[in-house]
Ligand binder design. Structure first.
Ligand SMILES: Nc1nc2c(c(=O)[nH]1)N[C@H]1C(S)=C(S)[C@@H](COP(=O)(O)OP(=O)(O)OC[C@H]3O[C@@H](n4cnc5c(=O)[nH]c(N)nc54)[C@H](O)[C@@H]3O)O[C@H]1N2
Ligand SMILES: Nc1nc2c(c(=O)[nH]1)N[C@H]1C(S)=C(S)[C@@H](COP(=O)(O)OP(=O)(O)OC[C@H]3O[C@@H](n4cnc5c(=O)[nH]c(N)nc54)[C@H](O)[C@@H]3O)O[C@H]1N2
Ligand code: SF4
Ligand SMILES: [Mo]
Length: 673
């Protein structure tokens, strides 16, 4: 048995170092690497099953050509040569007739490292086609809010919590999405450091923490401002830190905080006055309070305000300057690699861009030229995008030439004219940097790709060559691409020799000293001129959202979507064990809401609003608050009673970063008929 030290490429903050056990060229088991301090020898429940993912009988073995109607999933195998001839033939004639903008390159980050991810984007850049404003389905709102507040720089090192005296998981289900951070937090907890969870539902993290503050969905900005109100009232602010490292606090103190009295904050958030007082005192008196900020609370109309208000709290107490204090949303911005070398070789600096979450609109409404060809890679928008009923209408267009590159026949792939089999991360080499820790690592290939699967890197380079592009990156070997990533890199990563990294294993590049701010002022911005210039509120605030109020008057329940514990998005649909662990696609109602509708445990129910209706299986539990319906994960239609949750969600933008607003969805639930 051979053991290969690899890196987990799944869309996850932890970036574990893994040991892949290979026998006669077959992957037999994956486990956590004991020599990576953050991974600490264990992989999560999902990745423990990655041998089953890689060897799944449902893996695509060859390219396919569609034979039935779009969406039905009838295909015949074809050769790579035939597939590539058809793709490049079509693309060339479309470019000749309508120009490159008639092609849309829709490739996302999921489950790969920097080279496989970047080269596909590089291909689209060099072709000059319409490009994706990517990530708006995920973190663009959260990132924009963090950037306006702290700047494009990573937050507090998660490994610094050994020095924290209070850990707050604010809207982050650590047990689901960041389990290695949870393990570290639990160690601290055993040493007597309180762990507090701010969450609308009793998640597994909330269940295991010392204290769960059950906030109403979409009211975190009010809670954070209410805490600030008390910190000011009780003289728990660090005035010296505020004066030296922040801008605009005086204005917030004068114009915003007076409104957020404990009683008003309680009325908005649903948290009792006593608990707000207790939390503020706890936070204000801690010497080094650490806040892990989750992105869930950003996926709604006023999501940017929520992230921004929470990210400002450590500035009020000066926790940002303390070892073990501060806040972490993500670390990715601190890895200042030369991404552009791979992602932007030649090609126009500006082009027509399509917002990731408005694919439906792009396919159905764009003109001059309309989108005639679509390439989708590493993304399953027919399930994971909002407004998927409309999106599927777009994908159904007979005059749209669609290519999907995926290891599985995803729901989206069923709409393709040509499906190309993709290699998984264990079947390609790549270079990885984390988004929730400060590690980077080179990962070799553990096994050869299944069947005729190709890595994104190989596909991008082959398509580029066939399309006549001669940018050097499309002819480079992985080791040469790695050198490109480090040529002109900035900050801490600039000190590393890319050739040495290939055998170095995990490398830690954590920030030293207090939180750095990279805003225009170089300080933590309570008042942001940059936001004001974009027409967004310059100061943190919470006000009711008029559209949400209108929808809430029509529909009695509000949607809470959360990460699945065993089925994050759709990527593990091919692993029977995990499907079973996650159970059938379900929704959760509070016992009072179920009773009011005469619904019982385990029954099939219809979730509906003006966009449509779907069918799920009901679970009744007081883990969810009254007036909300919890739908974990985004599950494909064929696993559910009917449809998928994003059929009920709109493509409305959040207040910052043009992000998704799944949780500004209002609906009702009734018995399935
Ligand atoms: N197991 C698993 N792991 C995953 C994923 C997965 O789906 N499953 N997804 C991966 C991806 S793509 C990402 S982006 C990352 C991060 O994944 P994210 O989706 O950003 O996950 P969290 O940060 O846990 O945020 C979700 C949590 O926010 C809570 N929440 C929702 N609305 C609110 C609110 O208004 N206020 C507050 N306080 N809380 C709220 C939800 O109840 C939920 O527990 O995780 C990755 N890892
Ligand atoms: N309602 C609702 N919707 C959501 C969310 C929510 O909270 N609520 N969360 C959103 C978030 S945070 C995200 S990130 C998105 C995720 O949305 P997606 O990125 O669409 O979801 P995944 O299922 O993770 O992966 C997409 C596809 O990548 C394929 N894949 C895996 N590895 C590779 C590879 O190496 N190469 C190629 N070519 N393909 C590969 C998988 O088989 C899968 O079909 O969903 C968003 N949608
Ligand atoms: S916790 Fe995240 S990084 Fe670690 S093995 Fe699981 S998915 Fe991969
Ligand atoms: Mo995400």
């Amino acid at each position: 048995m051979e053991t290969v030290r690899v890196v987990c490429a799944h869309d996850c903050p932890d970036l574990c170092s893994l040991l892949a056990h290979v026998e006669n060229g077959k992957l037999v088991r994956v486990q956590g690497d004991p020599d990576q301090p953050f991974t600490a020898g264990f992989a999560c429940a999902k990745v423990n099953r990655d041998a089953e993912l890689v060897n799944s009988p449902q893996r695509l073995k060859t390219p396919l050509r569609r034979t039935g109607p779009k969406g039905e999933g009838k295909f015949v195998p074809i050769t790579w040569d035939a597939a590539l001839d058809e793709i490049t033939g079509k693309w060339k004639s479309i470019i000749a007739e309508s120009g490159p903008l008639a092609i849309l390159g829709y490739a996302y980050s999921a489950h790969q490292g920097q080279m496989n991810r970047g080269l596909m984007l590089g291909l689209f850049h060099a072709l000059g086609v319409s490009r994706l404003n990517a990530g708006t389905i995920c973190d663009s709102c959260a990132s924009a809010a963090w950037e306006a507040t702290v700047g494009p720089i990573g937050g507090a090192d998660p490994e610094s919590i050994v020095d924290s005296d209070l850990i707050v998981s604010w809207g982050c289900d650590l047990v689901a999405v960041n389990v290695h951070f949870w393990a570290k937090a639990e160690e601290q907890r055993k040493r007597g450091v309180p762990v507090v969870v701010v969450e609308p539902r009793r998640s597994k993290t909330a269940e295991r923490a010392d204290w769960h503050i059950q906030v109403k969905i979409g009211t975190d900005a009010a809670l954070a401002l209410g805490v600030m109100h008390i910190l000011v009232r009780d003289k728990l602010c660090d005035r010296d830190y505020i004066a030296r490292h922040t801008v605009g606090f005086d204005k917030v103190e004068r114009e915003v905080l007076p409104r957020f009295t404990p009683s008003y904050t309680s009325q908005v958030t649903g948290v009792s006055v006593a608990d707000i007082e207790k939390f503020a005192a706890m936070y204000g008196k801690a010497k080094a309070a650490y806040i892990r900020i989750g992105e869930g609370m950003s996926r709604l109309a006023q999501g940017g305000q929520a992230i921004r208000s929470v990210a400002l709290l450590p500035g009020v107490t000066g926790a940002y300057a303390k070892k073990g204090g501060g806040a972490l949303m993500a670390t990715a911005d601190s890895f200042e690699l030369n991404y552009a070398a791979i992602r932007k070789p030649s090609g126009p600096a500006q082009t027509r861009t399509v917002n990731h979450l408005r694919m439906a609109e792009a396919l159905l409404e764009l003109k001059d030229p309309p989108i005639r060809a679509l390439f989708i890679g590493a993304n399953n928008p027919a399930v994971t995008n909002p407004d998927v009923i409309k999106l599927r209408r777009g994908l159904q267009r007979e005059d749209l030439f669609t290519v999907v590159h995926d290891p599985f026949l995803s729901v989206t792939a069923k709409y393709a004219d040509i499906v190309l089999p993709a290699a998984t991360y264990l079947e390609t080499e790549d270079f990885y940097r984390a988004y929730g820790t400060y590690y980077m690592q080179y990962g070799p290939k553990a096994v050869e790709p299944q069947g005729e699967a190709w890595s994104n890197m190989r596909l991008a380079q082959t398509l580029a060559t066939r399309m006549g592009l001669n940018d050097p990156v499309f002819g480079m070997k992985p080791e040469e691409l790695l050198r490109e990533l480090f040529r002109g890199a900035k900050g801490q990563v600039a000190a590393y020799d890319p050739d040495a990294l290939r055998t170095a294993g995990p490398v830690r590049v954590a920030p030293q000293g207090p939180q750095e701010f990279r805003t225009p002022s170089g300080k933590l911005e309570f008042h942001s001129e940059a936001l004001a210039a974009k027409g967004t509120a310059a100061m943190p605030d919470w006000t009711p959202d008029p559209q949400e109020e209108k929808d809430a008057a029509k529909w009695p329940l509000r949607l809470l979507t959360t990460p699945g514990y065993f089925q994050p998005h759709t990527v593990y649909s091919g692993v029977a064990f995990l499907l079973k662990r996650e159970g059938v696609p379900s929704c959760v109602l509070h016992p009072d809401d179920a009773q009011a509708r005469n619904l019982s445990q385990g029954q099939k129910v219809r979730l509906f609003n003006e966009r449509g209706a779907i069918g799920l299986t009901l679970r009744i539990s007081d883990e969810i608050q009254r007036g909300a319906v919890l739908v974990p994960g985004q599950r494909p239609d064929d696993e559910a009673v009917s449809g998928t949750i994003n059929m009920l969600c709109s493509d409305r933008y959040s207040d910052m970063g043009e992000g998704a607003t799944y949780q500004s969805t209002f609906l009702d639930v009734a018995a399935w008929s």
